[in-house]
Design a protein around this ligand. Structure first.
Ligand code: ZN
Length: 396
């Protein structure tokens, strides 16, 4: 490597002095030693041509303010992998409510098709609960009312917790919340001044998902239109309320995810009624893309995968504002983690030899076809998959 090139890699960015990984570090992170030649090719052949380097962080980007250690393939397998087994191989998407104004059910079905492609080998079931839970929740909260009367409920603070891999998901807390004027009432419901939708207690929903987890579930992923919040006590006993768009328990493999902040009309409640059908449809596609990008990534966390620092990847740490420019696909390192876990499906990963490397190729084809359902919002991605598929065909 030339000195000038080396100097580029030595540059540091942000509060925690992030450095771009060297090509040798990227290749080592793939952990392909000992794998079959075909599997190696399908995962990594010509990766520098097909996969962009990780984006150099700019002001406002995740990496400017968060410390990331990355996770190599070997670290994943040794420490973090939640192995799929044949008796627990269903991803459940539990929809608590559906914003039918924006996303019609037939569009949402495409999200399920995409998840089936992304997590090839897993089953994906959609469970729709409608809005009943919200009503029940209000009743339950009324019972707790007396316990909360004396708390000061006016705090809505952001959490910039740097440890993105803990059970409380600090990374997912909303960071740009200054224009909100939240008012927490005695029913544990936050009403946002700009948005009449109620915010819901994320811990309660997570508990519900845990209790109702089906026997064959690998994970349960809840989706709700309303904003979410979590609460805790400060060191001096004061009740703290924090807005969040996702809360997960990796250990229990449940997560609850709010679409509210991904909705372009989050702060303009009511105005959507004045839009034409065509305008609504366009907005629904923006929202749909954000949902797909976020959900695939969130479910990867359920597999024990951590934020990626090696290449441009859907597992890169991301602020809400970065979601629209995010790619939908995994880099070779993260793809290797996912595919190996799903492929092993009950066998001992440590001794597992690659028997079906073609799962990688078939997954690319499925992803390409699934993205085709999204009315043109994934044009660039489809071109990428076409090129990758064409190239790999020549190697098989
Ligand atoms: Zn990655």
């Amino acid at each position: 490597m030339k000195k000038s090139e080396r100097d580029e890699y030595d540059k540091t960015y942000g509060l925690y002095k992030f450095k771009r990984p060297l090509p040798s570090e990227i290749e080592s992170a793939m952990g392909l030693v000992g794998e079959s030649i075909l599997f190696k090719k399908l995962i990594s052949a010509d990766y520098e041509r097909f996969y962009d380097p990780i984006k150099i962080p700019e002001e406002g980007d995740w990496l400017m303010t968060h410390k990331e250690f990355g996770q190599t393939y070997n670290e994943y397998i040794q420490n973090d992998c939640y192995q799929v087994d044949p008796n627990h191989n269903v991803i459940y998407i539990h929809r608590f409510s559906s914003n039918d104004d924006l996303i019609k059910d037939e569009l949402f079905q495409n999200v399920i098709i995409l998840l089936e492609a992304f997590f090839t080998g897993m089953k994906v079931y959609l469970y729709d609960e409608g809005t009943n839970y919200l009503n029940n929740n209000n009743e339950n909260d009324n019972e707790n009312e007396n316990n909360n009367n004396e708390n000061n409920n006016n705090n809505n603070e952001n959490n910039n917790n740097e440890n993105n891999n803990n059970e409380n998901n600090g990374e997912n807390n909303i960071e740009n919340n200054n224009n909100m004027e939240n008012n927490v009432d005695n029913n544990n419901i936050i009403k946002n001044a700009q948005n009449e939708k109620m915010a819901i207690n994320a811990d309660q929903l997570l508990e519900k998902l845990k209790l109702e987890m089906p026997e064959d579930a690998y994970c349960v992923f809840g989706i709700i239109d309303n904003d979410l919040y979590t609460e805790s006590l400060s060191y001096n006993g004061k009740r703290l309320i924090k807005s969040t768009y996702c809360k997960r328990s990796i250990q229990d493999r449940v997560a609850i995810f709010s679409l509210a902040r991904f909705d372009p009309f989050f702060n303009f409640n009511g105005k959507i009624n004045n839009l034409s059908k065509e305008q609504k449809y366009k907005i629904s596609l923006i929202l749909l893309k954000r949902i797909c990008n976020a959900i695939t990534r969130e479910i990867c966390y359920m597999f024990g995968m951590k934020n990626c620092i090696f290449l441009s990847c859907c597992m890169n740490g991301t602020n809400v504002t970065e979601f629209d420019n995010k790619q939908i696909e995994l880099c070779p390192i993260c793809l290797r983690k996912l595919v190996t876990n799903i492929k092993a499906n009950g066998e001992d990963i440590k001794t597992y030899r690659v028997k079906k490397p073609l799962i990688v190729f078939n997954r690319f084809v499925k992803m390409r076809d699934a993205l085709d359902n999204f009315a043109g919002i994934y044009e660039n991605e489809i071109k990428w998959f076409d090129a990758r598929i064409d190239f790999l065909k020549g190697l098989i």
